[in-house]
Ligand binder design. Structure first.
Ligand SMILES: [Zn+2]
Length: 418
């Protein structure tokens, strides 16, 4: 009876998706998932039954890590994944109920999970593998404090003895949350942004730091990692060293790749199989794509919170190359743009910033205090300042989520959804 209900719900969801597309109300994907959930509230757990499920969650890098892990897994066999970037329950149900490719019923599942929804999702899949990257401030109006997310993770993990984890040992909140899981593979990928983990998550004292290492007077300290990223090379648990050779730029993506590599290994895919598959990934949801905007080549980057920006400076073309920064503050960006004050924009000194997006004036004020040359333009792609327009180098443009999506759409970029 209940199997019948899931099938009926899935049928309804597909119908709703098709109707939505026909009526041109978006791609119909998430709507289909909502319909399935309305008709069958426990659809998620049912759709995952009989499959090995891995969740990737973090504030930063979860989309990329999911894509890299899915690529690694696919090198060994079919895999089901949510490559649409829709990482809340309706989107995940849609990915499972309406897969874009046919896969066997027992194919493993790799899902990007929004960090606030992860606890609820795990109740439907208590034997999952969780891949935990970092926790940093992001969308404070919606996600809440970092410490609160860590507490919710930890209390949920403690109730699920079948859970296994691959977790970032360098992030104290992640280490504290995952410490209650009996089977954890600890990974060291560095942590450029430490401002959200000044205090010990266990006792509230100030953490001692020494490079990547950290400890507290209460005895809580960084777990010993078995995978370590060091200078672009990963050292595996046997001590063997592997170059990453990624097409994706920047240190943050090396960190994402090492998380994915350790997860693939935990899921039975050897390093030799996983690495070449991950190295071939060149774009994630349109990020790092070069598109044409206003008649010039523009490389698109996503910068949505302070921790992401801390890694961004190393990815930008070096000064004096100008950079376009587009700031929106819609629901998907987080409606509170005060995070701009936490980004060390002082590092952009020596280059011109073109401030755009709906909250360009907030950015302009922040850049003024940072001592960065800037010009505020409503639509730089039609009225680019002469100093920027003169250059023939590809221009870097960084946007918050909705600003990024808009540039990608205008530039005719692909979201590279398989
Ligand atoms: Zn402590």
């Amino acid at each position: 009876m209940s199997g019948l209900r899931l099938r009926a719900a899935t049928g309804l969801g597909r119908f709703a998706g098709v109707m939505s597309r026909t009526l041109r109300r978006g791609d119909g994907f998430v709507i289909g998932g909502r319909v399935v959930l309305a008709a069958c509230p426990d659809a998620f757990g049912r759709l995952c039954a009989g499959r090995r499920v891995a969740f990737v969650s973090a504030t930063n890098g979860k989309t990329t890590t999911t894509k890299l892990l899915a690529a690694a897994m696919r090198a060994a066999g079919p895999v089901l994944t949510n490559n649409s970037g829709a990482n809340m329950p309706a989107g995940l149900v849609a990915a499972l109920a309406m897969p874009t490719q046919r896969v066997p019923d027992d194919a493993p599942v790799v899902l990007e999970a929004d960090e606030t929804y992860l606890p609820g999702l795990l109740r439907g899949t208590p034997d999952a593998l969780v891949v935990l990257g970092n926790l940093s401030r992001d969308q404070l109006d919606r996600v809440g404090e970092v410490a609160m997310v860590a507490r919710r993770w930890r209390s949920t993990f403690a109730e699920l003895p079948g859970l296994a984890a691959v977790a970032n040992a360098d992030d104290p909140h992640v280490a504290w949350a995952a410490a209650v899981i009996s089977e954890v593979t600890w990974v060291s990928v560095g942590n450029t942004w430490t401002a959200d983990s000044v205090l010990c998550p266990s006792c509230g004292s100030i953490l001692r730091r020494d490079g990547a290492d950290w400890s507290c007077e209460c005895g809580f300290r960084r777990p010993n990692p078995s995978w370590v990223l060091t200078d672009g090379v990963v050292v595996d648990p046997s001590g063997a060293r592997h170059g990453l050779g990624l097409r994706l730029p920047g240190r943050a993506n090396q960190a994402n790749a090492v998380m994915a590599l350790a997860a693939a290994h935990a899921l039975g895919v050897p390093v030799e199989t996983a690495l070449p598959a991950m190295a071939s990934v060149g774009s994630v949801g349109g990020r790092y794509q070069t598109v044409t905007l206003g008649g010039r080549r523009v490389r698109l980057l996503l910068g949505k919170n302070p921790a992401g920006w801390a890694e961004m400076f190393g990815m930008l073309a070096p000064p004096p190359a100008p950079v376009v920064i587009a700031i929106n503050a819609r629901a998907a960006d987080g409606k509170d743009p005060s995070w701009l004050w936490d980004v060390p924009f002082e590092k952009l000194a020596g280059r011109l910033v073109v401030a755009t997006g709906e909250r360009r004036h907030d950015l302009a004020v922040r850049l003024t205090y940072a001592g960065v040359d800037q010009v505020t333009v409503e639509d730089p792609w039609t009225t680019m300042p002469a100093a920027v327009a003169a250059s023939d180098q590809p221009l870097d443009a960084v946007g918050t989520y909705t600003a990024f999506r808009e540039m990608l759409r205008k530039g005719g970029g692909a979201r590279d959804v398989e």
